[in-house]
Design a protein around this ligand. Structure first.
Ligand code: OSB
Ligand code: MG
Length: 369
């Protein structure tokens, strides 16, 4: 692959409903669609997943732009790329900034797959033709409204419900959900809202038959999580704490978690995601694919990754219509009976709708080789 041009389309899209977590509420999502064109005219797409504020991890839309434009794109344009696995190696001299790296690497993977005429799922080594999906439910104004939202998604067929929690909106709320829906696959995500002082409180979750609790403690911690995991039955799943293959390896060695949420952007791209997947498979650790409220391009990458066989648990990759009135890809991602069919067309397997893309665009940065 010899890259001819990279276009960063900066979009702002408005979520259908505000999404509330323990650290803040999302309404407008600002991000980049990376369009990469090679000298033969093939095109690949990637999506940046950092938010506007550094609440989840430290990266933001602005830091992504800075890293891509000033450091990462020059490295990509320096010499041709034989295989997408080389991209993360080339980026290694830049510390951290996994989401910025991943946005560009994702476009290289799509371009590579399209050149081969294969689906992204196939070039990644995916084996599933369909994937199971769950849904992540934000903090609601009342328990009553939460129960209504859960019921709606159960009826829509989603295979597991993930409830966002925070101090004051946790054990009692989950108890109500469990009472109303005794058999659903249920889990909670705290986004780092607790400390080890809450062990006694978190232990109460053990009575609720939860699949797991996601990231209860510090966003950058694996030591306290190991202590907590030793004290509770409910499996811990790490999200924010895992920013690389080595983070995953260390967390598993230390017993900090029993399950890993893989987000392509958070770990620095598809090559790193695959490495984590392969290691977890060897270790018998279940993984699933998390979400960052992506538009269609990022969603398509998530679907392709989830086709790998150690993605044994339903992910957060819900349907386009759960987030947007109008997605930027065609067809939109649809969920039926809790299942998404993995596309077989070349690359990400969905077309970017240029008209829609332009309607959401607020800035455009073009870098030519
Ligand atoms: O912790 O997984 C998370 C959304 C924004 C930031 C962090 C998280 C989430 C979600 C929703 O849980 C995932 C999605 O539906 O894309
Ligand atoms: Mg999470």
């Amino acid at each position: 692959i010899t890259i001819d041009k990279i276009i960063l389309h900066k979009l702002v899209m408005s979520l259908k409903d505000p999404f509330e977590t323990s650290f803040g509420t999302f309404q407008d999502k600002e991000f980049f669609i990376v369009e990469m064109i090679d000298k033969d005219g093939f095109t690949g797409f990637g999506e940046s997943v950092a938010f506007s504020s550094p609440w989840y991890t430290e990266e933001t839309v602005k830091t992504n732009e800075h890293m891509m434009v000033d450091f990462l794109i020059p490295l990509l344009l320096k010499e041709p790329i034989e295989h997408p696995d080389e991209v993360s190696k080339r980026f290694q001299i830049i510390r951290r900034n996994p989401m910025a790296k991943s946005a560009l690497e994702g476009a290289v993977w799509d371009l590579y797959a399209k050149r081969k005429g294969w689906s992204l799922a196939k070039v990644l080594g995916g084996t599933r033709s369909q994937i199971d999906v769950g849904i992540s439910i934000g903090i609601q104004p009342s328990v009553r409204s939460l129960l209504q939202v859960v019921e709606r998604y159960v009826l829509e067929g989603y295979k597991r419900m993930k409830i966002k929690i925070k101090p004051g909106w946790d054990v009692e709320v989950l108890k109500e959900v469990r009472r109303e829906f005794p058999t659903i696959q249920l889990m909670a995500d705290a986004n780092s809202a607790y400390t080890l002082e809450d062990i006694h409180h978190l232990k109460k979750l053990d009575d609720l038959n939860l699949m797991m609790i996601e990231q209860p403690l510090g966003h950058d911690d694996i030591v306290d999580h190991a202590k907590l995991q030793a004290a509770i039955e409910t499996p811990i799943c790490l999200d924010e704490s895992i920013n690389s293959f080595d983070d995953a390896r260390r967390a598993i060695e230390l017993g900090s978690c029993k399950i890993i949420n893989v987000k392509i952007g958070r770990v620095g791209g598809l090559t790193e995601s695959k490495k984590i997947h392969d290691y977890c498979k060897l270790q018998g650790v279940d993984v699933w694919c998390g979400g960052m409220l992506e538009a269609g391009v990022g969603r398509a990458h998530n679907i392709a990754l989830t086709s790998l066989d150690q993605f044994t648990l339903p992910g957060d990759t819900a349907a386009s219509e759960r987030y947007w009135d109008q997605d930027i890809i065609e067809p939109a991602v649809t969920v039926e009976n809790g299942i998404i069919h993995v596309p077989e067309k070349p690359g990400i397997g969905y077309e970017v709708n240029r008209k829609v893309l332009e309607s959401f665009r607020v800035d455009k940065i073009t870098v030519s080789n």
